[in-house]
Design a protein around this ligand. Structure first.
Ligand SMILES: [Fe+2]
Length: 203
């Protein structure tokens, strides 16, 4: 069974003006599509081809060595982008609510302090990668970042929310101004979905 490129749950223009239409078209139809195609080419014929993508990335060290780098990069790209699209929306809650709001306030002091720390980690990720809010192995919230298309699940952490800091995610509109992109992106985070992901991760 091959992996499929998921459809965007909104129009390409839906996240304007924070994320522009052309970036969404290229990011989804070209970049994400390439990860899916390359993942399928790499994983075809292995036992991992029929697993959910998060399980593949959680078990990367079991993937045959000659295919592992391709699966790490392209499978990670597929997982990261699939989660990325659904944690953005033109509508929905603009702040966390309920248990997640309480946990963020307890851990980081306030929602604003959390956003600041997340933005800072995104700015400091050198080169291409992602910045994350995760549930760590002890069940606590933490901010982290990864290089390339690595996902925290490979290190036993559960991603609650991630932002893509590859230049392909922002360069057309923001050029070299990654901090501006990171700041604007909060306008499109779907806190309803993020709250559900947190509840699920907590079990
Ligand atoms: Fe991306």
């Amino acid at each position: 069974m091959a992996f499929d490129l998921p459809k965007l749950p909104y129009d390409y223009a839906a996240l304007e003006p924070y994320i522009d239409t052309q970036t969404m078209q290229l990011h989804h139809d070209k970049h994400h599509a390439a990860y899916v195609n390359n993942l399928n080419a790499a994983i075809e014929g292995t036992a991992f081809a029929s697993l959910p993508i998060d399980q593949v990335i959680a078990r990367l060290n079991e993937v045959p060595e000659e295919k592992r780098t391709a699966v790490r990069n392209n499978g990670g790209g597929h997982l990261n982008h699939s989660d990325f699209w659904v944690t953005m929306t033109p509508g929905g809650s603009k702040e966390p609510t309920g248990e997640l709001a309480n946990a963020i306030n307890t851990k980081f002091g306030s929602f604003d302090a959390f956003k600041s720390a997340f933005n800072d980690a995104g700015v400091k990720r050198f080169g291409s990668g992602w910045v994350w809010l995760v549930l760590d192995k002890s069940g606590n919230l933490a901010i982290t970042s990864t290089a390339n298309q690595d996902n925290p699940i490979t290190d036993g952490q559960t991603a609650i929310l991630g932002n893509d800091v590859w230049e392909h995610a922002y360069y057309l509109k923001y050029q070299n101004r990654r901090p501006e992109y990171l700041g604007a992106w909060w306008n499109v985070v779907n806190w309803d979905v993020v709250g559900q992901r947190y509840a699920k991760a907590r079990g």
